[in-house]
Ligand binder design. Structure first.
Ligand code: SF4
Length: 328
């Protein structure tokens, strides 16, 4: 049994319920995914083997599709599940001559043998789970960092802390007040900034703001592998995040979440899904939402969807979910 999921990192995390359902029905599955996401799935209980597909690098173009399809053909898979509606995914399974190819209708589904309608509503993790006919909520997103990952995470910052994820590749999704929020929270609890290498500068600004307020903060951006980052977020008492991949890592690690939505809305299916977690957004803006992913910059220039979301509103939400009261 093969699953091909080469979409964004968050989408891969939200595919873990589908993997769990398929593993329950048929035993552990093989997964084709991006090299970035591969380590996250390598330790997952539902996964037998991860096959990295570097679609933007070494495996790019149709020669890459042909090469990987040839490799997959030798495995003689009987079924492939295709949660990502892309030509590459459809072509890969078709060229690998996998007899049963199951995916969502639309797009390139004429290359499937079984095209099923994708639910229009609900959380994305449940919509993907529908491909295996799993009932909504039956398999929550889940990741399993190793003991070594946990050690690396603990070595960076042990004890009680709040994690902040201020980055996003789509600039309009970035809430601009993380430094002010961190300086306020740091009066009560240590702060860790999480993100990739691109977020290091953002992290430094937040750490400096906390330093000026006399608090304690660590910039973890770019210092951990992805699985270590999941372990690190799993150790936090709370994650405050934009609509970006750390939200889904926190969901999978069961860390309480306050998520800040600007140009996108939770109705798209990518908000927090666990009871008690909170999503905030500026209500009443006629321009919102303005795109499925969020543009690089606000097309109207004012960026009110994020700038009107105050630090006080975020602190009120943190108090409401009680994450800081539950700290050890
Ligand atoms: S157009 Fe509106 S929703 Fe889109 S980024 Fe600007 S303020 Fe936000």
């Amino acid at each position: 049994m093969l699953v091909i999921q080469t979409a964004f990192l968050g989408d891969v995390v939200l595919t873990t319920p589908l993997l769990a359902a398929l593993a329950t029905q048929h035993g552990p599955v093989d997964v084709v995914t991006t090299p970035v996401a591969a380590p996250l799935l390598e330790t997952h209980d539902a996964v037998r083997q991860v096959i990295p597909y570097d679609k933007r690098g070494a495996d790019r173009g149709w020669s890459g599709v042909r090469r990987l399809a040839g490799r997959l053909r030798t495995q003689r898979y009987e079924r492939a599940y295709l949660p990502h509606r892309s030509l590459r995914t459809a072509a890969l399974a078709w060229r690998a001559r996998i007899p049963a190819r199951i995916g969502f209708s639309g797009g390139w589904s004429f290359l499937y043998t079984d095209a099923r309608p994708k639910p229009r509503t609900g959380h994305e993790s449940d919509r993907l789970l529908a491909l295996a006919e799993g009932p909504p909520g039956a398999y929550p997103p889940h990741l399993r960092p190793t003991a070594e990952d946990e050690q690396a995470a603990a070595a960076l910052l042990d004890g009680t802390f709040v994690a902040l994820a201020p980055g996003s590749i789509w600039g309009s999704k970035r809430w601009p007040y993380y430094a002010a929020l961190a300086a306020t929270l740091a009066k009560h609890v240590a702060i860790a900034v999480v993100g990739g290498r691109d977020d290091v500068e953002l992290g430094n600004e937040i750490v400096a703001a906390v330093g000026r307020s006399g608090g304690r903060a660590v910039n973890a951006c770019g210092r951990l592998t992805l699985r270590q980052s999941a372990a690190f977020i799993g150790r936090a008492v709370l994650l405050v995040t934009n609509d970006s991949a750390p939200l889904h890592l926190a969901t999978a690690m069961r860390t309480p979440i306050v998520a800040l939505f600007g140009p996108t809305v939770t109705e798209f299916g990518f908000g927090p899904v666990r009871p008690g977690d909170v999503a905030l957004g500026t209500e009443g803006l006629l321009c919102r939402p303005c795109s499925p992913h969020g543009p690089l910059q606000c097309p109207l220039g004012h960026h009110r969807c994020m700038r009107d979301l105050s630090v006080e509103a975020v602190i009120a939400a943190i108090e409401e979910i009680g994450a800081l009261r539950r700290r050890s």
